[in-house]
Design a protein around this ligand. Structure first.
Ligand code: SF4
Length: 450
């Protein structure tokens, strides 16, 4: 992991909903392209912030409040809402007092919606340079935000950067510079992607000039596309050009099944290179998944301290002799709602990798021939039948959490080395039966070992 890129820092929220900081930098380092008035930052950058957006109508106040609260409870640091109509910005006056997370108004086409949202008490504005580009209108929004100390995200999207009739011509002109320097995105279509990259950066430059002329720097920027390689290229480029914090995202990434791959492919590379201060993973699905997967990405990269359980499970293979898939899902569902401390729980299919993972986990089970041996920090606490594994494992997790919170045990402490049981003995893992070809499969399994 490379260290985070130093940026300016923006702040949103208030004492009631909480103050969220985005970006920042080391005290001695300044961004190479920092504008002369960029203040040096005290301390390191803020943790990478996970955002999402509501899927329902903002003017449906009761449902909108419920959705925002549900997303905040799942761990969203910031929630964005659409405000296409006056009734949506009006609704914010009633919504904001009922929620406990900073809210961003997503504004397109009508700059008045931004002004109304500011008056309604929103905590940040998102503007799209592709559809609000009248200089006087942008200036009005800047002045309104400045008066209330609200930041603005300038978010360009591939799909809406310029009037469509001019797009091709300008793309070719602006892309010439990047054509030589970019090779990753687009594969054989690198030239086309270079044009697009030039176009989006030019749009950002033009737009940010309006803000600089107004001496407004409470800005976060984004440049999204549905192409993961292109997202990697454009954020790498803008991270060198601007010292504003960056909001990462792959837009229109599709359903979760494919959108997760697109998003993680682009975002994890950028984050490992220290690029990115806040992100949204976008799915054509319930936004709760955007929050869960965004947080999981942060945890996986060690960019955020995990809240709740870290569940490890084996993929299963031809050695499995319990219904591990069902067990893992049942364990996950219960622990996701009940466990508050970042304990590590391992659910393993057999003795091959079970003892190793159990040693590194706070609570663990590894299964054998329709049985499971349960460990707590390396100490064996039970050997139970398959139908008793779930309840006993959950009980051990709950007890362990209580002991952690009472200060009796520490997370990650291992008390003893695990001595693996005899594979054909008490656990009956069945290696002898496997060798003799007599194992009865109890579930559909995947190919390959742990
Ligand atoms: S060998 Fe690995 S994948 Fe197969 S059941 Fe055992 S632990 Fe699971």
């Amino acid at each position: 992991m490379n260290p985070r890129r130093p940026t300016r820092q923006i702040t949103l929220g208030d004492d009631r909903v909480g103050i969220i900081r985005i970006g920042g930098g080391a005290p001695t380092k300044r961004h190479p392209n920092a504008t002369p008035d960029s203040p040096p930052h005290e301390g390191g950058p803020a943790p990478v912030i996970v955002q999402t957006m509501t899927a329902g109508y903002t003017h449906d106040i009761e449902k909108c409040v419920a959705e925002i609260n549900r997303l905040a409870a799942a761990g969203a640091d910031v929630v964005r809402v659409a405000v296409p109509e006056r009734k949506d910005t009006d609704a914010l006056r009633e919504i904001i007092p009922q929620i406990r997370v900073p809210i961003v108004a997503d504004v397109h086409f009508h700059f008045q919606r931004a002004l109304e949202a500011v008056e309604s008490g929103v905590h940040k504005i998102r503007l799209n340079p592709g559809n609000i580009n009248d200089r006087d209108q942008v200036n009005e929004v800047i002045d309104a935000c400045k008066e209330k100390n609200l930041p603005i995200r300038v978010g360009v999207n591939e799909g809406s950067i310029i009037e469509r009739k001019d797009k091709q011509k300008r793309a070719v002109e602006l892309g010439k510079f990047f054509e030589k320097t970019k090779s990753r995105s687009g594969g054989g279509g690198g030239s086309k992607q270079a044009h697009l990259l030039g176009l989006m950066i030019a749009k950002l430059e033009e737009y940010l000039d309006i803000f600089r002329e107004r001496d407004f720097h409470d800005i976060c920027i984004s440049a999204k596309s549905m192409d993961a390689a292109f997202v990697t290229d454009i954020y790498s480029e803008i991270s060198q050009r601007f010292d504003y914090p960056l909001h990462l995202g792959v837009t229109h990434a599709g359903p979760r099944e494919t959108g997760a791959i697109r998003s993680i492919a682009a975002l994890s590379g950028l984050l490992c290179n220290g690029i990115g201060d806040t992100l949204r993973i976008s799915y054509a699905n319930d936004p709760i998944f955007e929050v869960e997967d965004g947080l999981e990405l942060m945890y996986a990269l060690g960019l955020r301290e995990r809240k709740g359980v870290d569940l490890i499970a084996c993929p299963t293979c031809g050695r499995i002799q319990v219904d591990l898939f069902t067990l893992v899902q049942d364990v996950r569902k219960v622990l996701a709602t009940e466990i508050r401390v970042p304990m590590k729980v391992a659910v393993m299919g057999c003795i091959v990798n079970g003892p190793g993972e159990a040693e590194g986990a706070d609570v663990a089970v590894f299964a054998g021939d329709r049985r499971g041996i349960i460990y707590v920090q390396g100490e064996r606490v039970a050997n139970v039948k398959e139908e008793e594994i779930l309840e006993r494992l959950l009980e051990e997790c709950r007890t362990f959490q209580n002991r952690v919170e009472a200060g009796e045990v520490k997370l990650g402490d291992k008390k003893v080395d695990i001595v693996p049981p005899d594979p054909i003995g008490e656990l009956g893992s069945g290696f002898d039966k496997i060798a003799a070809g007599k194992v009865e499969r109890v579930t559909q399994v995947t190919v390959g070992g742990g």
